[in-house]
Write a protein that binds this ligand. Structure first.
Ligand code: ZN
Length: 181
């Protein structure tokens, strides 16, 4: 596996760099945040209308809506659709968080050793910083060295502040495998 890098020195398509991964993570997180903020911003005036509407009798509300040129039945459908959308989005976020925790637990508790007592970590060499990584065949955790990632954007770094992340707790295993190969 160690000569894989020599064979295709420019091939970075098989694994994203930490910088690219960091950027993708940041972009995804930002997009989700933006979507949620957008829905709530759009909902603000409607929520005011709804709380005012709650104080009205259905007849009065229907009359007010018709007066405003709105179809009361359609308005109710739209509000229900938005409410369902928000509910689904919150459930999806919760599921995602639970999945993330499950994967993290499995990776934290994995010995990264196969049934014969050998390391289940495979070396990966195609990162642009030239340092090898390891991937565990059981838990799929990426065992990384001290590496650069893209942090939260700041005024000074609108595209995200690059920050150095400490090596994975099992990085010594990767270094040992690298010496043996
Ligand atoms: Zn593992």
């Amino acid at each position: 596996m160690s000569n894989e890098h020599e064979q295709k020195p420019d091939n970075r398509s098989s694994a994203l760099s930490p910088e690219a991964l960091g950027a993708v993570n940041m972009a995804t997180a930002a997009a989700v945040k933006e979507a949620v903020a957008g829905v709530f911003a759009a909902l603000g005036p409607m929520l005011k209308e709804i709380s005012a509407a709650n104080a009205m009798s259905p007849e009065k509300l229907g009359a007010v809506l018709r007066e405003a040129g709105k179809d009361p039945k359609k308005e109710a459908r739209d509000a229900a659709a938005i409410e369902r959308e928000i509910r689904e989005m919150l459930i999806w976020k919760e599921d995602e968080e639970q999945n993330r925790k499950l994967i993290q637990d499995r990776q934290d508790n994995c010995p990264h050793i196969d049934e014969n007592g050998h390391s289940s970590v495979q070396l990966v060499h195609n990162f642009p910083d030239q340092h090898p990584r390891g991937i565990c065949a059981h838990c799929q955790c990426l065992i990384h060295p001290k590496e650069w990632r893209i942090g939260a954007p700041t005024k000074e770094f609108p595209r995200g502040k690059p920050c150095l992340v400490n090596p994975h707790k099992n990085y010594m295993t990767v270094m040992q495998l690298q010496h043996r190969s």
